[in-house]
Structures are given as C-alpha cells and as structure tokens.
Write a protein of this length. Structure first.
Length: 141
C-alpha cells in the first residue's frame, strides 16, 4: 500500500486533472445549453440575454480546464520528489554497503601486510644505498 508512493501520487495528480477537465467541460456545456434554451425555446422578453450563460459556459470550460491542469503541477511535482528521494535513499544504502565492504577488505589487506612484514623482499632491505654525489660549486672559484 505504501510502496512506490511517489508513483501513486503522480497517478493521483493525473486522475484529479482528468476529473477536473470532465467536470469543467460538463459544467460549461450545461451553461451553454441553458443559454441556448433561454434564447430559442423560452423566447420571452429577455430572450436576447441567452448569450450571457453561453459566454460564462465557454469561460468555465477554458478557465476550469486550465486551473485543473495548473493545480496538478504541485501534486505531480511532490510525487516526483518522493519518487526521486526513494531512489536516492536506495542508492545511498548500496553505496554505503559497498564502501564498508571495501573498507573491511582494505583493513584485512593492511593487517596481512603487517603480519608479513618480516618477509619483505631484499630490494627493500638494502642499506648500502648511497645518495647521489653532490657537486660543490664553491670549489670551482
């Protein structure tokens, strides 16, 4: 139920957007049809004012769909952040595990090198290494 919560939040944002579109369109169409009915069928003294609900209906369709779409940004972004944080946490755990394994392996290598220090190669135990000759520039004068 709580696994992949970021993806579920993103799907919920899409569902809310689609529901908002549908409700905006239905409300707008209802207002437009009401304006048409007021103009055509009821034709009384105010029958010329049927265009007002039609304009409001068009505005509801456009503004309602736009606001539904824009309001979904926040919820979708929150779901995306939750999803990315979950991925970062998993990668951090994997990296920490690998680093601890490498650290344990390195400490074992150091311990084995310390125990085998009596068996160092002869190339490292030579004591007759002489430094290169230093030229004395003061003798040339």
């Amino acid at each position: 139920m709580f696994k992949n919560i970021g993806g579920k939040i993103q799907k919920l944002a899409v569902i809310f957007t689609v529901i908002g579109f549908i409700l905006s369109i239905l409300s707008g169409v209802t207002l437009i049809l009401g304006g048409i009915l007021a103009t055509v069928y009821y034709g009384g003294p105010r029958s010329d004012e049927g265009w007002i609900p039609m304009l409001i209906g068009i505005g509801v369709i456009i503004f309602g769909c736009l606001m539904s779409w824009i309001s979904s940004f926040v919820l979708y972004a929150y779901g995306s952040m939750a999803k990315n944080l979950s991925i970062i946490a998993q990668n951090s755990f994997v990296m920490a595990t690998r680093l601890s394994e490498q650290g344990a392996q390195a400490s074992q290598e150091v311990k084995s090198a310390q125990t085998n220090s009596s068996q160092t190669p002869a190339a490292y135990t030579q004591t007759d290494i002489t430094p290169p000759a230093v030229q004395d520039d003061s003798a040339k004068e």
